[in-house]
Design a protein around this ligand. Structure first.
Ligand SMILES: [Zn+2]
Length: 498
């Protein structure tokens, strides 16, 4: 920690009334130090004690080859303090009351701040010999989290909590002297440990050795997926958590099986069941399987759940593609992917059920509208969250990229080496170009020809949407396409945030 001496501007902030303009360096006295009138004097009757935490400004270092280096504190006469007794604090600014300095990044927390309501963590949950203090408000949720971890086979402890400035400086210096590149112990001034709301969590194996972050171990995975339910969010490192008290309902237990994740079944009597899988942590995408007869799409949905933990929805109706609604003595079919606009429903009924009476039409329309509303209000889908929809077409059907090539309302890219029935269907040009750049068959829905399909609803409402179509049986291809779709989603959000 050496620097070249420049202009001599310094003062003792805490005891001086001199106004000061933009000093270059801020130093804190780390231990009690005596300021002297001369750098080399060993005894000085005018010596002034600078207590721990005193703040000085200085950018003049007096080198001393035989003893300590000294910092010069400007004044009349100037005074000197051993360089070793100070620590450099970069980019901090004076707070308005001038009694403390605050960091820019720390939301104005005074340097010597100590929260009022600190309590020790119960020793059975503490990894340290010393008391670990945290804000009282956190304790109940903290214990609940650690108990839940234990039930799931993970014995976890609290390793770090509130630290006062002196402790922060000491630990930082120790950590730096062991490993100058270490990042586990934060710089004393910027340390979030000052808040009493930040903790490190550890297990027996890791102990206090945080320098190599553990990312994939089961315990850490569990912790990250469940901590938000108890009001803790990750502080950027595997082991560091900040308590906000705000509990996220979206967290899940990891690795749910398909059956376990069905946590809502909405029965539409004698027509279908709408399954809403709410266990989700994915913030960027939800998933949907529309046609119950499309088995590859169903398998890909399972994959999407286990791999990407997204909110999902599917419709079950005895392995059939269409929904059947009875009226009078007859059953009337409707394709669930033609119900998403009123116009689409009307067109479908006119085209396929001409003989239906006015009253019958009204009755069907009402029930179909209810199903639509139930589906749309159950999907977690909005302007900042994609819906990725999965379809798999029958081998004998006409469905293929060539069918879209012939129509003016679509922009297409075809890779002649690919199965023409495997394609991405997009409603945004950016997504289209993404898949094109990956040389995958892709269709962009250029104009809105209202057939009541979900892609039309998406385009009309400006909701991010990707449909992955494969030929039935191409499960493995569809999984890879899903990976690619997730890559696309991630890229689009990345660009949005720039
Ligand atoms: Zn389908």
């Amino acid at each position: 920690m050496r620097y070249i001496a420049t202009a001599a501007t310094a003062l003792i902030l805490l005891s001086s009334s001199v106004m000061f303009a933009a000093p270059k360096r801020y130093m804190i006295i780390t231990n009690s130090a005596i300021s002297r009138s001369e750098p080399r004097s060993s005894s000085d009757p005018t010596g002034q004690k600078l207590g721990f935490g005193s703040i000085i400004f200085s950018d003049k270092l007096i080198r001393n080859d035989t003893d300590f280096d000294f910092l010069e504190i400007a004044g009349e006469p100037p005074r000197y303090v051993p360089f070793e007794m100070t620590i450099e604090v970069p980019s901090v600014s004076l707070s308005h009351d001038k009694k403390s300095i605050t960091t820019d990044s720390d939301e104005g927390l005074p340097l010597l701040y100590i929260p009022k309501d600190l309590l020790p963590v119960n020793s059975m949950y503490s990894f340290s010999e010393e008391r670990i203090l945290v804000k009282k408000t956190m304790l109940k949720d903290l214990y609940s989290l650690l108990q839940a971890a234990k039930k799931n086979g993970h014995t976890l402890f609290v390793a770090n909590g509130f630290k006062d400035l002196q402790t922060r400086i000491r630990e930082y210096e120790e950590a730096i002297s062991r490993n100058p590149k270490q990042r586990a112990v934060p710089k004393p001034v910027f340390s979030s440990f000052a808040t009493g709301l930040v903790i490190d969590i550890t297990d027996e194996a890791t102990g206090m050795n945080f320098e190599h972050e553990v990312k994939n171990d089961k315990a850490w995975k569990w912790l990250h997926e469940n901590a938000p339910r108890y009001g803790f969010r990750s502080g950027g490192k595997t082991y560091r958590f900040e308590y906000s008290g705000e509990k996220s309902r979206r967290s899940v237990t990891p690795g749910p099986t398909f059956a376990e994740t069905i946590n809502e079944r909405i029965e539409v009597p004698s027509i279908c069941t709408i399954h809403v899988l709410k266990t989700a942590t994915n913030k960027k995408a939800s998933f949907m399987w529309v046609h119950h007869n499309e088995k590859s799409a169903g398998k890909t949905l399972k994959y999407a759940l286990s791999e990407y933990k997204g909110h999902s929805l599917y419709i079950s109706n005895n392995d059939k593609r269409n929904l059947y609604l009875s009226y009078g003595r007859r059953n009337y079919f409707i394709d669930p992917n033609r119900i998403f606009t009123a116009r689409g429903v009307s067109k479908f009924l006119t085209r396929h059920h001409k003989s239906l009476s006015r009253k019958g039409r009204k009755s069907l329309t009402k029930r179909i509208t209810d199903i639509r509303e139930t589906i749309l209000t159950s999907i977690d889908w909005h302007k900042n969250k994609y819906l990725i929809v999965l379809h798999s077409s029958r081998p004998g059907s006409d469905f293929s990229i060539e069918e879209f090539n012939r129509k003016n309302s679509y922009l297409t890219y075809t890779n002649p080496d690919h199965n023409p029935k495997n394609l991405f269907f997009t409603t945004s040009l950016q997504d289209y170009y993404f898949f094109k750049s990956k040389q995958f068959n892709v269709v962009y829905q250029r104009s809105i020809e209202d057939d009541g399909s979900l892609s039309i609803y998406a385009a009309k409402n400006n909701l991010p949407y990707i449909n992955i179509e494969v030929e039935e049986g191409n499960d493995e291809v569809q999984k890879k396409m899903l990976d690619l779709a997730i890559e696309c989603v991630n890229q689009q959000f990345k660009e949005k945030s720039l």
